[in-house]
Design a protein around this ligand. Structure first.
Ligand SMILES: Nc1ncnc2c1ncn2[C@@H]1O[C@H](COP(=O)(O)OP(=O)(O)OP(=O)(O)O)[C@@H](O)[C@H]1O
Ligand SMILES: [Mg+2]
Length: 284
């Protein structure tokens, strides 16, 4: 949401922090131009509340908020600083003519899956999972960031979180699940947890292929291009893993426990990936 992030040293200490700055005037224009139903103040309050919930949960793979404040012109979120994003890492490797190794991809894929699991356990869907919004700490661990499009869905007797439906199709087009592109999405809705899982598959595919992902055909928004991209993956286990996610319709798409059990993750020790938080990793 049209924010600028600056990474700098805290004035009183030597700690690095990331400050996400929202210009109030720009935001007012943004929401007006998008004919948004909610005001920028509501959107920001939602993002801040999500960050507060995440921070209180001490979830290992979600970016914590240190503080939020505002002045006349801007709103500021002070966050834990990360040296690079997954997008930076993929580009860097590509520029060097290299690719992430299968071991590194499985490692990041396992941490990202646990990040989504932790977020969903708080009844929050991210809705904008992509390499730009996945950060890497100086210790080499992932953290999911940017909760500007996230939505918190309170528990409900009728439906568990995984069956919750939303009608507002938001996200970054190249990573949006196919069901969000249906003309009748605002009437029929989409399964919000399953759409996060599709974006997860798209990110793992991108790591594997080490390509920029226009998931578009030159003619336009042809989602078929995306469906076929996993066929570029030569390893049959990886191809099966990815196709099971990106090929499946939303109601049959595997959810986190099934994904964890796939052969792709045979070498991953889930207990250690999910283990309780190491204070050093979280420390400011
Ligand atoms: N805590 C952080 N530490 C270091 N860099 C960060 C941090 N948070 C965000 N960034 C960098 O700033 C970029 C923009 O941040 P963020 O995604 O939160 O803002 P945004 O304006 O909502 O993004 P967009 O609309 O482009 O998805 C990220 O892609 C990342 O590269
Ligand atoms: Mg972002």
């Amino acid at each position: 949401m049209c924010a600028k992030v600056v990474v700098q040293k805290q004035p009183m200490t030597t700690e690095m922090v990331a400050i996400k700055v929202f210009h109030k005037r720009q935001l007012a224009y943004y929401t007006l131009s998008k004919k948004a139903k909610s005001t920028f103040a509501e959107c920001l309050a939602r993002e801040r509340d999500t960050l507060v919930a995440i921070t209180e949960s001490r979830s290992r793979y979600l970016t914590p908020l240190f503080e939020a404040f505002q002045d006349k012109h801007n709103v500021y979120f002070v966050l834990k600083a990360y040296p690079l994003s997954l997008s930076d890492l993929i580009s860097l490797m590509r520029d060097l003519g290299k690719r992430l190794t299968p071991g590194a991809i499985k490692f990041y894929a396992s941490e990202l899956l646990v990040a989504i699991e932790q977020l969903h356990s708080l009844n929050i869907a991210h809705r904008d999972i992509k390499p730009d919004n996945i950060l890497i700490s100086s210790n080499g661990h992932l953290a999911l960031a940017d909760f500007g499009l996230s939505v918190r869905i309170p528990p409900d007797d009728q439906r568990p979180f995984t069956k919750q439906i939303r009608y507002d199709a938001v996200g970054t087009p190249a990573y949006c699940a196919p069901e969000l592109w249906r003309a009748d999405v605002s009437k029929k809705g989409y399964l919000v947890a399953a759409s996060d899982i599709w974006m997860y598959g798209a990110v793992v595919l991108q790591m594997w292929l080490s390509k920029r992902l226009p998931f578009f055909s030159p003619e336009g928004e042809d989602r078929g291009v995306m469906f076929d991209m996993y066929q570029l993956v030569e390893d049959p286990v990886v191809a099966d893993f990815l196709s099971s996610i990106v090929h499946a319709p939303e109601d049959l798409r595997p959810y986190i426990p099934t994904i964890k059990a796939h052969k792709f993750f045979a070498t991953i020790n889930w207990r250690s990936v999910c283990s309780s938080f190491d204070d050093q990793e979280r420390s400011r």
